[in-house]
Design a protein around this ligand. Sequence first.
Ligand SMILES: Cc1cc2nc3c(=O)[nH]c(=O)nc-3n(C[C@H](O)[C@H](O)[C@H](O)COP(=O)(O)OP(=O)(O)OC[C@H]3O[C@@H](n4cnc5c(N)ncnc54)[C@H](O)[C@@H]3O)c2cc1C
Length: 434
Amino acid sequence: MKVIVAGAGVGGLQAARLLAQGGVDVTVVEKAADAESMRYNWHDDVCPEVFEECGLTLPEGSFPKKDWTFIVPDGKARGMHEAHPDMSVMRNALNKMMADKAEEAGAKLLFGTHVSCAMTKDGRVTGVIAGGREMDADVVIDSLGVNSPIKANLPESILISRHNDDEVFDVYRAFYKKNPDAPQAEYTNKVYMKHLGEGGISWAIQDGEEVDVLIGRVGKMSDNTFANALKHMKEENPTIGSEIVTGGGRYVIPVRYPAPRMAANGYALIGDSAYMTIPMLGSGIASSLRAAGMLADCILSAIRAGADDKHASSIENLWNYEVAFFRAYADHCGVDVMKRGVLGLSNKTLSLILTSKVLTNEQICDLAKGRLLRPKFKDLVRMAGAAGIRVFSLLPMAMIMLRAQSAAKIARKIPEKYDELAVAKWVTKLEGKF
Ligand SMILES: Cc1cc2nc3c(=O)[nH]c(=O)nc-3n(C[C@H](O)[C@H](O)[C@H](O)COP(=O)(O)OP(=O)(O)OC[C@H]3O[C@@H](n4cnc5c(N)ncnc54)[C@H](O)[C@@H]3O)c2cc1C
């Protein structure tokens, strides 16, 4: 069995490592010059348990994520306290560790090589064109990120989910040197919900001698919107200095439900190319790492059961990977419904829900971790009573939560075995929820 992992994303590298450990011939093809110069020279938040679960250690330099304070559109603040915070992980150290481990396990890493598209024959992916040459494979694992050129150039006959323009976050992130003359910030980790009343978030996080600034909008962020938002952030947060230490570019994060078609004959998506992020937050490292275990297990189990390469790489077998992912992450479909609903709430209702006592600290933490809330009617009565408001005011939120639960339920009912008719029916039903 020959596998090509296109793009050295975290999930792709973990899949490469596990498959190579299982005796598969694996080559990772990455455009960056080496593991150190792979993307994002900053830290991001990951739930720490995932490292142990995946047989990894926490990368060097990791530290606990600090609590956030939400700023709602009317300017009020709501703090949250996490009893078990995620860890902020240095991306360079993570990339290097993942690349080293894949190589130690026997995977070949081909840096400085651009993947342009897949080779296909009779509805099956048979390899990639990379660095101008053809590379054959039984399975191509697409770990090229949200705008994967492989996915974009596949023929229509190979059914794979694609995103709409409003299902990504157009995001600016920069770490600014702290302005030494500014007074200390009142809130050290401010997250602006529907910043300036627009569809998206921004944050200003005091990070040692730097300030981590993020401005994100769902869909395309115009230059004008971005300039206004940055100006507002600087006025509101005088600790933001003028010098950028790292980042300073525009990036894209998927903010939608996982791809209902993430596998085809000879092809499987992993990570951002399969939208494995939490739809509201874009935290895709943990789910991509876990997905790698599911994908490797699906391929290796078939080989161990005596399947030949053609069967092990078929949609009938790779479907087991998708089933495992949807069983574990069906709630992300519900979270996407919630995200769309929350963005549609009036600024007044959102402010009320977040800053009154409607939601407890634990519920806010659950939402921040991408978990679905499942309140019953009696809970809504209690929530309204605690906040001193009429139950009627919570109706828009209750409707969103009901729709969210229904989407998660459909997602969980993914057909167990691959049957094109049953799958097509399930995909249509699921997509209808968004
Ligand atoms: C601003 C920002 C903040 C984030 N914060 C968090 C967070 O706090 N927690 C979290 O879990 N996640 C966070 N994420 C998301 C996280 O980065 C991704 O979900 C995760 O890394 C999985 O992405 P991936 O590996 O699939 O894709 P990517 O990280 O996009 O990796 C794709 C790889 O493919 C390579 N590549 C791309 N095109 C080609 C090509 N044509 N040929 C060869 N190689 C190619 C790239 O160089 C890259 O190495 C954040 C992302 C951004 C942008």
